[in-house]
Write a protein that binds this ligand. Sequence first.
Ligand SMILES: Cc1cc2nc3c(=O)[nH]c(=O)nc-3n(C[C@H](O)[C@H](O)[C@H](O)COP(=O)(O)OP(=O)(O)OC[C@H]3O[C@@H](n4cnc5c(N)ncnc54)[C@H](O)[C@@H]3O)c2cc1C
Ligand SMILES: *[C@@H]1O[C@H](CO)[C@@H](O)[C@H](O)[C@H]1NC(C)=O
Ligand SMILES: *[C@@H]1O[C@H](CO)[C@@H](O)[C@H](O)[C@H]1NC(C)=O
Length: 484
Amino acid sequence: MALRGVIALIFYLAIASAEESTMQYDTIVIGLGSAGVTAASTLARAGRKVLGLEAQDRIGGRVKTVPFGDGVVELGAEWIHGQYPSRVYDTAIQNNITVLSQNLAVDVYQSDGTRDNHELLNGLIMYCLSLVDDTNAKEDSLGAYITRKLKDHLKETHPELLEDKDFLEEFLSLMDLVVDNYVGSSNWNDVSTATKYKELEGDQHLSWHRYGYKTFFELLLNTYKGGPGLANLDIKLNTEVTKIVWPQQPSTPVEVTCKDGKVYKANNVIVTVSVGVLKERHMTLFTPPLPRDKVNAIIGVTMGVMDKIIFSFDKPWWPVSHTFLVFMWKGEDKRKVAKEDFWTTKIFSASTPMGSSNTLTLWTSGETGKWVETIPEEVVKRKSVELLQKFLGANVTIPEPTGMLRTTWYSNPYTRGSYTFDSVSSMKYPNYRADLGKPLPDSAGTPKVLFAGEATDLTHFSTVHGASASGYREAMRLLPHSKI
Ligand SMILES: Cc1cc2nc3c(=O)[nH]c(=O)nc-3n(C[C@H](O)[C@H](O)[C@H](O)COP(=O)(O)OP(=O)(O)OC[C@H]3O[C@@H](n4cnc5c(N)ncnc54)[C@H](O)[C@@H]3O)c2cc1C
Ligand SMILES: *[C@@H]1O[C@H](CO)[C@@H](O)[C@H](O)[C@H]1NC(C)=O
Ligand SMILES: *[C@@H]1O[C@H](CO)[C@@H](O)[C@H](O)[C@H]1NC(C)=O
């Protein structure tokens, strides 16, 4: 570049950054996952000047679609849980995108390679799962409740199994894992039967299959198939927010400082970072510090962990009739597993994703999930193949995988976990989710710092549709008279 060009460029950059630092937005949205993108796009479409700041190099947060195998896989959210009323489902349908129902049938395999009683076992798993949303439990913990109900059920249907201590122990530990991988817990005794979670109406397991869940964000932001985006919305990726100064005076703007030193101003901000992130950084993030009830809610909420290990193969070699191939140990086989490989006994299943035909997902959760995030890739791969061989390989030799992806939602400093659940301990604070979502007003009572995100939805937490609903809720708080 000629010297003149360099000087012109420096001059241009100086003007651009001067403009940037004096520019004041109506709203800054921090974090561009489901909640942030919904809030930002709703406000921008209503004519507000919006800035979206995202720490990572991509949009989507805990939704992350990546090319893998002969299609795509989901490292984060996989299904649309329910249809009515769901902004996620509506967005697909309104844009003529066909989402597919996935039948989540289970089929049990055992550690000695046999399939004895698998029909019976499949039925018992479905029986236990039907109890998860039962609201009539006397027990506090889901583990205690399902254990009692299962024993009563066996007494009537299969009394001989009640006498088989080894069977009962292994089946209960399998059900513990099934529940843990559903809610992100370490132990089903931590999961509260008093949970406020509600399912939406309709199909609970719709898949974006080869489109990928990322399509949801492209549609909201008008970038699908090369769309131009939204005129009133500026987005900055790789931009980690480190400080939010929120003065009490109504006329003084909120100041958001980023790791790169840049400062942005707005009338208000919507914070959508996960509660995992808030737990770790709320003390340094906010000036003045957050009020007591907000801090108590952040401490009180339980962030779960759920991770995936995904393999690709030359071609599928597994039976395709069921989505979840479930692993049930025999006590004698489990006792032979080396101590450092204990985590392999905590993988309850392999499942078949819908975005590709030659990939298989193993699931981990809770403390086991955190542990597996720290094990070297090569070890995870080798031990996982051994596990597949043990349970599924009685009649086939499991081929070497052609690729492996493994998620690290807990190690990731921008999530610090997968999603929240109503734990026995968190339910001691009945209003904690409402407190998490309550805005902080200025001295005139106008919302200045607003909070959205999965964890702030009272009944649809832990989902993409719940996160989206929370983003819409906070956008509407700032657009009280609009008809969007
Ligand atoms: C493995 C897994 C499987 C799941 N499966 C499903 C499923 O099948 N169906 C379903 O409905 N839900 C599922 N979920 C849950 C769902 O993904 C989440 O509830 C939802 O995506 C959360 O959206 P959010 O906007 O609240 O938070 P996030 O998506 O976490 O968005 C917050 C954003 O803030 C950014 N951020 C954090 N700190 C900063 C900072 N300091 N500065 C700037 N930006 C920052 C983050 O990078 C992130 O992009 C799953 C989640 C996981 C992890
Ligand atoms: C969806 O399809 C219908 C019928 O073919 C068409 O009228 C409509 O414009 C389409 N919508 C979008 C967003 O493509
Ligand atoms: C292996 O094949 C035998 C005989 O067909 C069958 O009974 C058994 O269930 C199969 N095992 C597995 C793990 O597929």
